[in-house]
Design a protein around this ligand. Structure first.
Ligand SMILES: *Cc1c(COP(=O)(O)O)cnc(C)c1O
Length: 483
């Protein structure tokens, strides 16, 4: 179906067509998928949020003078969220479409403020632990900053404070740390680094996109969570996603700033064209009111005690995984996960094969190919949600089964005929095509099994894999019939 039908279809036909299109998806709810999706296990609260989402879906957040409801909803949501992070009297925030947008805006604000104060620096730098989310690399790419990437400690998977201290120069526009990082669920030494950035007068962004909301509740449950928020005077900005551990419908994140002077550099206004005056706090201009209303409704529907209960369930599941994983398949949990996610590796088993085998049984576990140049081994990532608790027995049983089978599977082998790339080179079109063809991607679309792809992502340098992934996207996003 790639042409607009001559006459509109019956609603039933549309529903059936959509069902058909969804046939190959994994289920977004119910705990099969251990990444990307966040099921609160509270269907009533989620229904209320989805109704609010629909109700506000067609309102336009572009202009708060026309839809003041959206201004109020945003200030309510930012207020509710900010209060979890020890805001100062001047703390302000913005509702955005997701973690990536929050990070893009924070980096833009930091860059613009830096350039006002250091007009002679041509290329400002952003200091990133290798565990910082890819969104910071995207921001650096889009905004013209040079990423300075730091290795992490191989036991803790946190960035050493001394490495950050050594990397700060008079070109440093931002230091970014994670609370917690996505790959390992580990907290960087935010307090020590915040003392450093305060002393050196450098912007510190705390990426609490995935961890922040939960860390607040885990601390209240008595977990020893080191401070990572505005309690630390060196923290300039902090991002926290609501479409993760606040379980809001997708398209919901909050970016907080210590004060409005910092946020000024985020905001864009334009009165030099022929149309309406543009005043944008976010990257989008026209934007649906739906996700904002959905987040507002979810926070109110679950409530503080509700979130405490969800955090308790997640903590129990995480503890059970931490205790059980080492007893099957010689798995070891990496670092000290503090929030709702963890990574585990195995010195002997082929994890890429194992992830495919879990998928055959209906589970999605996320492969992290690792980065050999930073001493990071392959690992599997699990995002735990409140519904994980009731699926853990089944999950661990299947994991145990496939770990036994994996013993007779060879360790991953880079594809035979791989050209050994010279460091610093990029693949030619022929080289890239040859590899994609070998993986069966060139003609047939996406491969059924990902083990070879993941092995390749591990062994090839990023200059190669990034270009090949871009080619891949350029290939698969084509309408039917377009060769
Ligand atoms: C998810 C995540 C992001 C990016 O957020 P999106 O909502 O996927 O754009 C950034 N940082 C961390 C730590 C994350 O977990």
């Amino acid at each position: 179906m790639n042409a607009i039908p001559p006459r509109g279809l019956h609603p039933d036909e549309i529903r059936q067509a959509l069902d058909h299109i969804c046939a190959r998806d994994l289920r977004a709810k119910g705990g099969d998928v251990w990444a990307y999706v966040y099921d609160s296990g509270l269907p009533e609260a989620e229904a209320v949020a989805e109704q609010a989402l629909l109700r506000f879906q067609r309102l336009n957040g572009l202009d708060f003078t026309v839809f003041p409801s959206l201004l109020q909803l945003e200030n309510d949501v930012v207020g509710m969220v900010a209060q979890l992070f020890h805001p100062g009297p001047e703390t302000v925030g913005t509702f955005t479409s997701g973690g990536t947008e929050s990070i893009l805006l924070a980096v833009k604000a930091a860059r613009d403020r830096f350039l006002v104060r250091h007009p002679n620096v041509l290329v400002p730098e952003i200091i990133l632990p290798v565990t910082a989310h890819a969104a910071f690399h995207k921001a650096a790419h889009l905004l013209g900053l040079r990423p300075v990437v730091l290795p992490v400690n191989h036991e803790t998977f946190a960035v050493p404070t001394q490495a950050v201290a050594d990397a700060i120069t008079d070109r440093t526009a931002m230091v970014a740390v994670s609370a917690v990082n996505y790959s390992h669920g580990v907290l960087d030494p935010v307090a020590e680094i915040a003392s450093l950035t305060l002393e050196r007068d450098v912007w510190l962004h705390v990426d609490a996109c995935i961890g922040g909301f939960l860390l607040h509740y885990l601390e209240r449950l008595g977990e020893p969570i080191p401070p990572f928020d505005f309690r630390l005077p060196g923290v300039s900005s902090l991002s926290v996603d609501l479409h993760k551990y606040a379980f809001a419908p997708k398209g919901a994140s909050v970016l907080l700033y210590r004060d409005a002077e910092l946020r000024r550099h985020q905001i864009f206004a334009c009165t030099r064209w022929s149309g309406y005056p543009v005043l944008n706090t976010t990257l989008q201009s026209t934007k649906s009111g739906g996700p904002l209303a959905g987040a507002w409704a979810m926070l109110n529907a679950v409530g503080d005690e509700g979130y405490l209960g969800l955090a308790r369930s997640i903590l129990q599941s995480r503890r059970r995984l931490e205790n059980t994983l080492p007893t099957i398949g010689d798995f070891r949990v990496l670092g000290q996960p503090l929030a709702g996610l963890l990574a585990f590796s195995s010195p002997t088993l082929n994890l890429f094969w194992l992830a495919d085998a879990m998928r055959d049984r209906g589970w999605y576990v996320q492969v992290q190919p690792g980065r050999p140049e930073y001493g990071l081994d392959p690992s599997l990532h699990l995002t735990i949600t409140p519904v994980s608790e009731r699926r853990l027995d089944d999950f661990l049983k299947d994991l145990d089964d496939v770990a036994r089978l994996a013993r007779s599977v060879p360790a991953f082998a880079p594809l035979d005929a791989l050209p050994a790339p010279q460091p610093g080179t990029r693949p030619t079109k022929e080289q890239a095509d040859a590899i994609l063809a070998q993986l069966g991607i060139l003609e047939g679309g996406l491969p059924e099994r990902m083990a070879d792809v993941n092995a390749l992502l591990r062994v090839l340098p990023p200059e190669w894999t990034e270009q090949m992934l871009i080619d891949l996207a350029n290939r698969v996003f084509r309408w039917e019939g377009r060769g």
